[in-house]
Design a protein around this ligand. Structure first.
Ligand SMILES: NC(=O)c1ccc[n+]([C@@H]2O[C@H](COP(=O)([O-])OP(=O)(O)OC[C@H]3O[C@@H](n4cnc5c(N)ncnc54)[C@H](OP(=O)(O)O)[C@@H]3O)[C@@H](O)[C@H]2O)c1
Length: 310
């Protein structure tokens, strides 16, 4: 199997690199400069011509598209750029995949919903994004579906990992300097470890023949298993980090309404995704939040202890 991976230096892309290698010939790309030692190739998805040339040259059987404009607030002021990366690039991939009988594996978000719900969102619930980012991700889903290519779109939420910028790492940085901090208590979702989404991707790709012969293209939800408010997530991070001595003192978390923090983009209040379909179709079960956060913090500790003091 020939696999083209985009966004290989992002949270999910990094986790996928090692996991996809055993499945076939992997071509890992990102917008950054090429790195011969690590077999990384440069591909700027805003360059439609370059994308098409790479697809024609590499002839992938599977395109795993983790690359995205993920800066939710910045998207409000730069919708054209967000659309180039989140809509037009997936459209090029999807149309190429339709003609060349390839599979497009793509990722989307809980932000396609407006958050106005009391039950977990199902794949076929009405979408109604309330941000430019959410709208661009929904438009990306739609162009993929309309292309007629074989595709799997996994919607996930609140992704974190031991590397890159994310909520867990931000909280740990704040813990070094703050005795207390205000964290939002009225937005609920399921924090999800990037490595778990990578595992799910591999589990599904191993069923490639079944996807093709049973027409399993579509949208699937996957998150780890624990719904939390951001302030509860912060509490979990601090108490576990303190226990393994990753932080010295545990800051007090003060729950506040999201109106206290004026952000450029609106976020959905209720973001919990129903994950029954992915279990029924692919046998994928939601992984434990508790284990996921534990392993993330342990990895951060390991990386810190391996980083020489400067
Ligand atoms: N993070 C979340 O909480 C979350 C939640 C739900 C869904 N998702 C979805 O999950 C997927 C993976 O997210 P993630 O957290 O791994 O994102 P991420 O860490 O922000 O990584 C995105 C990657 O895309 C690359 N990229 C951006 N613009 C590019 C361009 N013009 N050309 C080529 N590459 C470009 C970035 O490279 P540079 O840094 O070099 O630009 C980066 O490596 C995305 O589809 C995202 O929408 C994420």
């Amino acid at each position: 199997m020939r696999i083209l991976l985009t966004g290989c230096c992002g949270q999910l892309g990094q986790e996928l690199r090692s996991r996809l290698l055993p499945l076939g010939r992997l071509y890992a790309t990102d917008s950054k400069t090429p790195d011969d030692e690590h077999q990384l190739f440069s591909l700027d998805l805003t360059d439609r011509g370059a994308l098409l040339r790479i697809l024609d040259k590499l002839q992938p059987d599977v395109i795993v598209n983790t690359a995205a404009w993920t800066a939710v607030d910045a998207a409000e002021n730069q919708p054209e750029l967000a659309n180039l990366i989140n809509v037009e690039a997936p459209q090029v991939m999807a149309e190429w995949a339709a003609v060349n009988h390839a599979l497009l594996f793509h990722y989307s978000t809980d932000y396609v919903f407006d958050g106005d719900n009391t039950q977990s969102w199902r794949e076929d619930d009405s979408t109604n994004p309330i941000s430019v980012y959410g709208q661009s991700k929904l438009d990306g889903e739609n162009v993929i579906r309309d292309s007629g290519c074989q595709h799997i779109i996994v919607r996930t939420s609140w992704v974190y990992s031991s590397h890159s910028n994310n909520f867990v790492r931000t909280m740990l940085q704040l813990a070094a300097t703050r005795n207390s901090l205000q964290v939002v208590d009225d937005q609920r979702g399921c924090p999800t470890l990037a490595g778990n989404v990578a595992d799910v991707t591999v589990q599904i790709l191993k069923q490639l023949e079944s996807i093709k012969s049973n027409h399993l293209s579509g949208v699937y939800h996957y998150t780890d298993d624990r719904p939390l408010a951001w302030c509860e997530f912060a509490d979990q991070i601090f108490s576990r980090a303190k226990k393994i001595e990753l932080i010295r003192d545990q800051p007090e978390v003060i729950p506040v309404d999201s109106s206290v923090f004026q952000t450029t983009a609106k976020r959905p209040l209720y973001s919990i995704l129903n994950c029954e379909k992915i279990t029924q179709v692919f046998g994928v079960h939601q992984k434990s939040f508790s284990q996921a956060l534990g392993s993330c913090l342990a990895n951060i500790q390991l990386n810190d202890s391996n980083t020489p003091n400067t």
